[in-house]
Design a protein around this ligand. Structure first.
Ligand SMILES: NC(=O)c1ccc[n+]([C@@H]2O[C@H](COP(=O)([O-])OP(=O)(O)OC[C@H]3O[C@@H](n4cnc5c(N)ncnc54)[C@H](O)[C@@H]3O)[C@@H](O)[C@H]2O)c1
Length: 305
C-alpha cells in the first residue's frame, strides 16, 4: 500500500488525543471515523473537535470557512463492525494499558480489511508488548503525537517485527499531516521527548509528594530558569491527570518502587475529587486562567505565596 491509498482513518478512543488526531486527519483531507466504547465520549469529541477547529482558525492554520467541510469528513461510531469498514489506517488512543490495547487491536484485526495499517499513540508502552495480539504484528508501528496545538513533532517507532514498507508508509502518512518525524531506530519507552519529560514529571511529583516545595514553587522554579510558559504540574494538567496516573501507576506496580507508588497516590487524590486537569477545568490549577499564566506568577507575588 502507498500513501495515496490511504483515504479512511479509524481513530480508536475519542478522548484527549483521539479527537486531536482525528481532527488533524480530517483537516488534511482524510475521511475519519471515531470509535469509542463510550457514546458520551464520542459525542463530546465532536464538540471538542469543533473547538479545536476554532483554535486552528484563530491561529491562521485553517481558513475561516473550512470548519464545516472538515467536520463533514468526520463520523462517529460505537459499533466496531461499522467503524472498521474500509479503514486504511488505524490510529489508536485508548488508555495506556497493554491489555486494553491488545484487546482493542485483536477485535479490530478481525473486522478490518487485510490492508489496514495499525498505529498506536501510546505514550510509554512498547508496541512489542501487544504486537502478537494484534494478529498483524508486521503492520503495527507506533505513531506518537503530542498536543497538536503545541507542536508538530511526532515519533515513529517500529518494533522488531514491523515490516519496512509499513514503517515507511506510516512516516509518509505523518508527513502528509504536516508533522515533523522523529524516527526511532529501535524501541524505547517514551520515545525521545517523553523519555526526557517523564523524568521531569516524576521529579516534580517527588518534590511535591515529599513536601519539599509547593506545586506552584516547583513550576515557578522550572518556568523561571528555563523561561518556559508552563511548568511540570501545568503540563500534567494539560496531559490529563487520569492519563498521567495510569502511566505512573502501571510503572509503580511493575517496578514496586515506593516513590513511584507515592507519586501515583499523590495524583490519585486529585482524580478522586473529580479534578482531572484541563479537561474538567480543574486539576493542579483552576482553568481557564491558571495561576501560572498570571504575569505576577514569576515575580514572586503570585499564587502559592
Ligand atoms: N493525553 C496526552 O497528552 C497524550 C499525549 C500523547 C499520547 N497519549 C496516549 O494516548 C492514549 C490515550 O490517552 P488520552 O489522554 O487521549 O486518554 P483519554 O482517557 O482522554 O481517552 C481515552 C478514550 O479511550 C476510550 N476507551 C477506553 N477503553 C476503550 C476500548 N476498549 N475501546 C475503545 N475506546 C476505549 C475511553 O472511553 C476514552 O474516551 C494513551 O495511550 C496515552 O498514553 C496521551
Amino acid at each position: 500500500m502507498k500513501l495515496s491509498d490511504i483515504k479512511r482513518v479509524l481513530i480508536l478512543g475519542s478522548g484527549t488525543m483521539g479527537r486531536q488526531i482525528g481532527f488533524l486527519c480530517a483537516l488534511k483531507g482524510y475521511n475519519v471515523v471515531m470509535y469509542d466504547i463510550s457514546m458520551e465520549a464520542l459525542e463530546d469529541s465532536l464538540k471538542g473537535m469543533e473547538d479545536l477547529g476554532s483554535w486552528f482558525i484563530s491561529v491562521g492554520l485553517m481558513p475561516q470557512g473550512d470548519l464545516n467541510k472538515v467536520m463533514g469528513r468526520i463520523q462517529i461510531s460505537a459499533v466496531p463492525a461499522d467503524a472498521a469498514k474500509e479503514a486504511d489506517l488505524i490510529s489508536e488512543s485508548v488508555p495506556d494499558i497493554p491489555e486494553i490495547k491488545a484487546e482493542v487491536f485483536a477485535k479490530f484485526n478481525k473486522l478490518c480489511p487485510e490492508r489496514t495499517v495499525f498505529t498506536t499513540n501510546s505514550s510509554m508502552l512498547l508496541p512489542s508488548m501487544f504486537a502478537e495480539q494484534t494478529g498483524r504484528p508486521e503492520k503495527l508501528v507506533a505513531l506518537h503525537f503530542h498536543d497538536v496545538r503545541t507542536t508538530n513533532i511526532v515519533d515513529v517507532m517500529p518494533h522488531p517485527e514491523s515490516e519496512p514498507e509499513t514503517v515507511k508508509l506510516v512516516r509518509d502518512f505523518a508527513e502528509s499531516l504536516g508533522q515533523v518525524v522523529v524516527m526511532l531506530n529501535r524501541e524505547n519507552s517514551g520515545y525521545v521527548f517523553n523519555s526526557m519529560l517523564s523524568a521531569l514529571l516524576m521529579s516534580a511529583l517527588t518534590l511535591a509528594s515529599q513536601g519539599v516545595a509547593t506545586i506552584e514553587d516547583v513550576d515557578r522554579s522550572w518556568m523561571g530558569v528555563m523561561r518556559t510558559p508552563i511548568g511540570p504540574f501545568g503540563i500534567m494538567d494539560q496531559i490529563g491527570l487520569s492519563t498521567v496516573w495510569t502511566i505512573i501507576d502501571y510503572a509503580a506496580t511493575n517496578t514496586g518502587d515506593p516513590q513511584a507508588k507515592a507519586n501515583a497516590a499523590f495524583i490519585k487524590q486529585y482524580i478522586d475529587s473529580g479534578s482531572l486537569g484541563l479537561k474538567t477545568m480543574c486539576g493542579f490549577y483552576s482553568y481557564p486562567k491558571p495561576a501560572y499564566t498570571d504575569p505576577n506568577f514569576l515575580s514572586g507575588k503570585g499564587a502559592g505565596r
